[in-house]
Design a protein around this ligand. Sequence first.
Ligand code: C2E
Ligand code: CA
Ligand code: CA
Length: 618
Amino acid sequence: MNENRSIFSFMHRQIRLVIIIFLGTASSYIMIGWLHGSVLVESVWFLFMIMTSLYGYKLYKDFSPSLSIKEQGFWLERVRFFMFAYFSLWSIIFFVYVLKDNHHLHYIAIASQLGSTILASSILASQKKLVILTVITLMLPITIYLLAVGEIYSYLIACFTVILTGILLYSAKNMYAYLIESRYQSYHDHLTGLGNRRYFLELLENSVNQNQNQNKYNYLLLIDLDYFKTINDTLGHDIGDELLVEVSKRMKKLADINNNTAARLGGDEFCILSSSYETQDKCLKAANSFSKELLNRIKATYIIDDNYLYISASIGISIMNKSELKAGSFLKEADMAMYEAKHSGRNGIILFSEELCEVVEKKSDIERMLHFAIERNEITLNYQPQVDKNKKVLGCEILVRWDNKELGSISPTTFIPIAENTGCIINLGKYVLEESFKTIQEWSKKSIRLQQVSINISMRQLLHQDFIQMITELLEKYIDNDCKIGIVFEITETSTANNLANLIDVINTLGKYNITFSMDDFGTGYSSLSYLREIPICELKVDQSFVAKISGAKEASLVKTIIDIAKNFNLITVAEGVEDEYQREYLIELGCDLYQGFLFSKPLTKVGFAEFYQHNRP
Ligand code: C2E
Ligand code: CA
Ligand code: CA
């Protein structure tokens, strides 16, 4: 298809040239003819020539990059015919003039015929068959003429014309090969041999135009390898390159089986365009099963230079149909879906939809605004009391709040993950910590004697290289030795065992400053008993989803088991999300240490919390 397309624009540019040269040469013939008196015949010639040129000009104007493949083919056929007819006309003109008695005209005719042959062989270089036909059509009359002269010198020149024909054909052949080669290079990726971005964009544009005419469906996949940069950085670019070649081989093989086209957009980003489907349903099904199979094949082990490598990918799907959208828009859709796949943990496939678009747009709004949230004073803290079994306040959990003029108040469950993904959490977390430490300082002076204050810490924040130094600086600045309030950092379970050693290190270091750790949302993540044993935590929070369903037999025994385990490990237990007396009583029965939830209080402002404390102090 692309071959066709670039020939298409090549020929388009050549038409103008052919018309100009032809008009120039032919009008000089005609002028000479006029000078020799045959005004009527020459005028008819002239008219004929102008009309043919106008037809060529119309062909030139008919060119449009948005023609469908079929129309392109038809256009190219017309151009080929026009060029051949045009050059053949030249031969007819040649005969007309060499038959005249005036020998000067013969020389002019021969010279211009030779010139046009040389031109034709280069102008038509992209048309292999046409160039052979045209060069022979142009050279044959000269040869015949020379043979007809019947002198020794003319036989000799006839011989030369045959040799010249051979040379011209040979050079046209070389030029054709060169054109094909450079066309290949400009449309292909040199590393993997797949089509490149330019190739793919043209393919996509054609497919969109075709769909508009035929009401068919295609799917478009955007594939980005996960953590490819790590392989490049750790094993070197040579191995990275070899891996890319292997991935693209697997991709091409599967694409070929399914009549799809694969291309490499650059770096570790690939694209696949499917053949067309009659209905949206069929297209969707095919897209799903193809991308699943593709992901499986990409994930199979690679052996490169004795390294066993494993890589996954994030895939975004866009279904293309006959809407008014441009090719680039479908690529954007697939891109959006791919990024969503990356954000939801990579190694996955996501289909673009309008809802996804809304979610992504909202996310990017949040991302943008979150950047300025601190400097615009939009971030505040809430304090949720933690009480004992007699409802006396022993502690509190600090929860971050964000109110934005445009977006309203946004839940931390929405913006914290975004902040974690974008890295914003480092600044945000630092701000929350500093404000929390200020509150603790204030309270310890006002004799709000809490046993503990808990602060939520993201794993990304905790494992940041400056975390320990930041905490020691904050401790020095705000917390003096006679502060009795214990500081607890709440962390959530994570699956990343490779960071475990790091995590334990941080916990132990901060332990020296009397900061303890609590395992939040216990039982919802990847918790395992060995994990509990290895990490030196002091507290365990029973997740609110279990507390909420405590009236069910299954959940009741689950909560009992969690509290039993915590006791075995000598951990303080905190039940969160306690909303009614039934839950509270059951938890008291199990011997839970602290209780947090709407039954006692919602998260409060600083002033609100101080008031609550005065009424519920131990
Ligand atoms: P979490 O740490 O599990 O916090 C408890 C959440 O449960 C809070 O939601 C709280 O308002 C809510 N909650 C408390 N009692 C009840 C109850 O009786 N019933 C129900 N249905 N809900 C209750 P919130 O404030 O929206 O916080 C959501 C999550 O955001 C937190 O979950 C925590 O993971 C994260 N988060 C909040 N503040 C911070 C922070 O400063 N830093 C970090 N890294 N994460 C934070
Ligand atoms: Ca928490
Ligand atoms: Ca929690």
